[in-house]
Design a protein around this ligand. Sequence first.
Ligand SMILES: Cc1cc2nc3c(=O)[nH]c(=O)nc-3n(C[C@H](O)[C@H](O)[C@H](O)COP(=O)(O)O)c2cc1C
Length: 414
Amino acid sequence: MKRVDDFRLRLGNQELVPIVIGGMGVDISTAELSLEAARLGGIGHISDAMVPTVSDRRFNTKYVRNKLAQYKFNVANPDKSVVKFDLGLLAEATKLHVSRTMEAKRGPGLVFINCMEKLTMNAPKDTLRVRLSAALDAGIDGVTLAAGLHLGTFSLIEDHPRYNDAKLGIIVSSLRALQIFLKKNSRHGRLPDYVVVEGPLAGGHLGFGMDWAKYDLAAIVAEIHAWLVAEKLDIPLIPAGGIFTGSDAANFLEMGAGAVQVATRFTVTHECGLPEDVQQEYFKASEDQIEVNQISPTGYPMRMLKNSPAIGSGIRPNCEAYGYLLDASGNCQYIEAYNREVAAHPEARKVKVFDKTCLCTHMRNFDCWTCGYYTYRLKDTTRKNEDGSYQLLTAEHVFHDYQFSTDGKIALPE
Ligand SMILES: Cc1cc2nc3c(=O)[nH]c(=O)nc-3n(C[C@H](O)[C@H](O)[C@H](O)COP(=O)(O)O)c2cc1C
């Protein structure tokens, strides 16, 4: 039986170990994690979600404090349309995050940035253009377009000097989404360099409805693969979602995939950004503690642990400090849900909001424990400590387990 290391991903003139660590916002896929993937010859992702707050934590900048000070007058106002990002500062924060990461890169692999269209930031096109251009300016190896159809995204950067040299990819969950993307972007002079096909077992937001369980990653990959062959389009496919062992990965590579994208196994590594007490929650989770719900204000279903503090929390919207999910008119589904509860309970000092969550604040504070379907198997990937907690892994250990294991086996740490 073949193993992952028998295959290589070809991107332009580069040959890579066909393992991609997927983007995990807000700084769950840290620079350190992405740099390990690159050092080991694969591809890692940083995320461009809430980069100003990530920069504050990483480099002691004051972007969030200053933005809150600027808009403090609006905190009690349910109308958030005045809360805008300063595009110059957004570019500065992105360049800092990306350039410091790229300067630290060692080894033959690549570091990409995961860029979510759903971060509409009260000015969708302008903020997306700035985030993408700043990341390209700062030397990112590639950009993975996520959480959205990205029908106008290539046009935002087609004049950038690195438009053709950087690797550009898109995440889709169906052949139809890919066909629409290719059609809409066909006027912009290039194809994507790779396509991530994300199935229903992934972590984070899902590109499916609440009927996600009807879909099967292998079937979607086979359908897209056959269509690309028929169209004579030579674009590597990168399946993602529920690929838990090296053998699962090798099966996809044997089917013709160019690489695999994985994430959940890396949530319990030292290099991952989740605090250790949260990582222990991931280890402990049982199958019935993982749900797909609709509390994300983006409108996409999201998978998470049922005991996430974000569920049912009724905190005041914090858009003056964050505001990443404000749409073009300054609305967010959480603001509506929160205001409804406040109006219904005028005497309450604190309300509870169950149908939506303040995703910016809770992702920023690692209180929304989003995870992949197989999180309940993480406990089988390590050893237990004497105090009953689970031993964290190194990213290198997990990466090599994907690369070299066979027969569905998972190597335990020393
Ligand atoms: C904790 C966590 C956070 C994630 N955040 C994002 C994200 O911000 N953007 C994105 O495109 N995908 C996100 N994903 C999806 C992963 O990048 C990846 O495609 C998927 O989870 C792979 O499946 P696996 O976790 O079963 O290996 C996230 C996944 C996890 C587990």
